[in-house]
Design a protein. Sequence first.
Length: 237
Amino acid sequence: MAFLLFSYQQFNPLNGLILISLTFPVFGQTDTVFIEKDSLYGTAQSIFFDNNPDSKFYDKINYWSFLTFDNESYKYSIDFLKEYKLTLTKETPIIPQTKWVTLKQYKGAFYVYKPSDFLFHYRISINDTTFIDWMDEGPEANKIITQKKIDKNTFEFQLTGVTKKDRKLTIHIIDSKKGIAVFEEVNDNEYEHYYYLMIASEKIRTAPLIVNNSIFQKQFELEFDKPNYSELLKRKN
């Protein structure tokens, strides 16, 4: 049985700041990874491994239903495509995994991450008409101009949308069993070229989970490794 440490600060008008720490038993978690405490009037934050494959936190980062303001964001992106006569065409996605969630690397290992602030949580979904970025402002539809299967582990998309007008995305599956991929993006005629890690939605519970739990207000995010993408791409299987 592990223990989870909550720390918070309170302001006493007579004595100034008082730091209080409370420890509670936690079942299904191995240890506290990182603790952040920074508030004048009180906050509590814990960042920990969650080894429960049925954890509710998986559901919080692996959801695909529109929330309160998501219809507005999606409509805005669709209106942009209509304004510029970028007609959506219906075609079956070439890639079998059509929903993807951000994957992180921490001390050399892969984790899915429940952030303190979902502003930093990114997902992707692909359907028979649109390529959707699920971002801080809500889901954003992109037109799929072309899609091509390079080989069994490499898929290429040419996209356009309200945020990224000229976008080439290549999905390199580096571990087909675990659903792990390196996403490679080139935007605006190679002005931007970068990589990031993703995991297929249906495989998410096979990855260990790190939870950033902020009880009273949003707090700092855990700092992760910068992956060596050149080395990761050599692991394609």
